[in-house]
Design a binder for this molecule. Structure first.
Ligand code: HEM
Length: 497
């Protein structure tokens, strides 16, 4: 049985430990087993989605093997998805192997062991699927940097405009709803989409006067294109009773085979038409400055904007509002006081004001720590490697797949005290600032910079800024807000501007 096999393995590792050391660490055989070809993967999949769930699935095996590096089958797996065997990395030290592009191959691993059909991206492999050794990687990443740079002066005013719309919708919604409760993301999803596209393209995707406008359906159309791409690996949160009743059906429909592209074909065409009509200057720049094919640049632009940026925002913003809106009124008043003082001293909510808000910055970092918006990273060993955790060294063979689960690396008790606790002041003062390097949400350290040579997210600074702006906008207007999960219950206006 796998239990007995495990015992034998750990005895071997004890023997290893006494004989071999690397960098002072005992060499240990990587614990865990994949089980029989199909059933091993299938039983891991059921445990992952249904019986244990995430993050328990990772925690249970970490505790069982007493190791933050081990073997497991990842999802979606057989019969219709590729080889699910991975070596999982769960601590701050081993996790960084995934950022070292000399050690890991990043070709086609953006969504893990599975890659969506190229039909979703017009037949092109867009930048997130490219390894930095590919020439296109540099050109497309430069192009992305340029789009972000040129949006720079629009970010603050456009974000302010968007948030004003959100506040109006929230206040009217709360007033008009029977039970005085609204889903806060309804307005925020629409307005962040409009903000994002206005910042990058200077065009509003919802406004009916824009050429090839997506109109009021914009959010739905883009979600319809995005979701099937991540559905095979999506963890759905269904009430437990329904989950067990519907599990076989969901497994069959959503996690067993890729959803057919034909379902989204016509909606995708609308997105392409809208972007093509409104990105003439941006595409001219891609062609003349970087020699990129116009269609390839267009497909990348769509992907950066809708999938990477807006998609990420839709995970990050609810986490920020959900977490901060559940903190004490006293803490929220402190946030609001800091925001209003910085605005007053700097003549408005401008970059100088934003950089004088250490509490806002720390609070945002803490949300990103405890709930990183993109929780998984993958990479294939480019050569035979030694991977070190805090307490052992492991030999990995060329070609083996490494899989990081970031929420646990972000809760590494060797680095963070009270790792499970939400402490919005964690990153403040000298001691707190030393922890910033351990924030990995952008596929690299928060103190490092994305370049054409690495795979760190080019939107790192853009996202850090707008996440802080979100908090500053909210707490410049409201002294406290009250949130329950994804529901907004109350807004209490600040007395003076
Ligand atoms: C890569 C996270 C916003 C464009 C990545 C990766 C992560 C990430 C984890 C690495 C994926 C991997 O290789 O395993 C996020 C999050 C965001 C966000 C959480 C928002 C909350 C953005 C924005 C842009 C962007 C605003 C650009 C407009 C990209 C691109 C890559 C990437 C193009 C691939 C980079 C490369 O190939 O070198 N992002 N991102 N992302 N992100 Fe972001």
């Amino acid at each position: 049985t796998s239990g007995r096999r495990l015992q034998i393995r750990s005895t071997t590792s004890l023997q290893d430990a006494t004989t071999t050391k690397i960098n002072g660490l005992p060499v240990r055989e990587i614990p865990g087993s994949y089980g029989p070809a199909f059933w091993g993967a299938f039983s891991d999949k059921i445990a992952y989605y249904w019986t244990e769930g995430v993050p328990r699935f990772y925690e249970n095996r970490r505790d069982k093997y007493n190791s933050t590096v081990y073997r497991m089958n990842t999802v979606p797996g057989p019969p219709f998805f590729p080889d699910p065997r991975v070596i999982v990395l769960l601590d701050q030290k081993s996790y960084r192997t995934l950022f070292d592009v000399e050690k890991v191959e990043k070709t086609n691993v953006f969504t893990g062991t599975y890659m969506p059909s190229l039909d979703y991206t017009g037949g092109y492999r867009v930048l997130p699927y490219l390894d930095p050794s590919e020439e296109k990687h540099s050109l497309l990443k430069e192009f992305c940097f340029e789009v972000l740079k040129s949006s720079g002066r629009r970010v603050f005013p456009e974000f302010h405009k968007a948030l004003n719309e959100v506040f109006e919708a929230w206040e009217t919604g709360l007033k008009n709803s029977k039970d005085r409760k609204i889903k806060f993301m309804d307005a925020l999803s629409v307005e962040t989409l409009r903000f994002n596209v206005r910042a990058f393209l200077e065009a509003d995707p919802v406004d009916p006067n824009t050429e090839a406008s997506l109109g009021k359906e914009a959010v739905g159309i883009i979600r319809w294109w995005t979701l099937p791409q991540i559905m095979p690996i999506a963890v759905l949160s269904l009430p437990i009773f329904f989950a067990f009743l519907l599990a076989p059906l969901f497994e069959l429909l959503l996690h067993t085979f890729p959803l057919p592209f034909s379902l989204v074909k016509s909606k995708r065409q609308k997105i392409v038409d809208f972007f093509r009509a409104n990105s003439k200057e941006v595409l001219d720049m891609a062609e003349t400055r970087f020699g990129l094919d116009r269609n390839e640049a267009l497909e990348n632009l769509i992907f950066y904007t809708c999938f990477n940026s807006w998609g990420g925002i839709n995970f990050l913003f609810p986490a920020i509002i959900g977490r901060l809106g559940s903190t004490s009124a006293e803490f929220q008043r402190e946030l609001s006081a800091e925001v209003r003082k910085a605005i007053e001293e700097n003549g408005g909510l401008n970059p100088a004001a934003l950089s004088s808000m250490p509490l806002v910055q720390s609070a945002v970092y803490e949300v990103m720590r405890i709930q990183p918006p993109v929780p998984f990273q993958y990479g294939r060993a480019k050569k035979d490697l030694i991977i070190e955790s805090h307490d052992a060294a492991f030999r990995v063979k060329k070609g083996e797949m490494l899989a990081g689960y970031m929420p646990l690396a972000h809760k590494d008790p060797k680095v963070f005290t009270d790792p499970e606790g939400f402490n919005p002041k964690r990153f403040m003062e000298e001691e707190g600032e030393k922890l910033v390097q351990h924030l990995l949400w952008s596929n690299g350290s928060q103190t490092e910079t994305p370049t054409v040579h690495n795979k760190q997210c080019p939107g790192k600074n853009f996202i850090t800024i707008i996440a802080q702006l979100l908090v500053a906008e909210i707490y410049s207007k409201y002294e406290t807000i009250s949130v329950d999960g994804d529901t907004l219950v109350a807004l209490n206006r600040a007395s003076s501007p």
